[in-house]
Design a protein around this ligand. Structure first.
Ligand SMILES: [Zn+2]
Length: 92
């Protein structure tokens, strides 16, 4: 479901008795969008070569580049309370 479609569905009046699938889908999308606005701690991994921490998105794993939001999935990132990066396959 596209954002615009969800906004239109959520903007029109409806009764909770009907709650057809498209309304429930629009609600899920809206909740997911709100959750992405809540900051989640970045995953921090120390890079020895560059002698600094590299931060990863806690949701999709993309490098965040110290931006406030992940460029891949839109998750808001909290750098002040970052957690250690734990890769499943860490060969260092
Ligand atoms: Zn992400």
């Amino acid at each position: 479901m596209k954002n615009r479609e969800a906004i239109e569905i959520l903007s029109r009046p409806f009764s909770m008795q009907e709650a057809p699938k498209e309304i429930l889908d629009a609600h899920r999308l809206a909740i997911s969008a709100l959750e992405k606005q809540e900051k989640k701690p970045a995953k921090a991994k120390f890079n020895k070569r560059y002698n600094k921490f590299v931060y990863f998105c806690p949701v999709c794993g993309e490098v965040t580049g110290n931006y406030d939001f992940c460029s891949e999935c839109g998750q808001a990132i909290d750098y002040d309370n970052s957690e250690p990066y734990e890769a499943e396959e860490d060969n260092e």
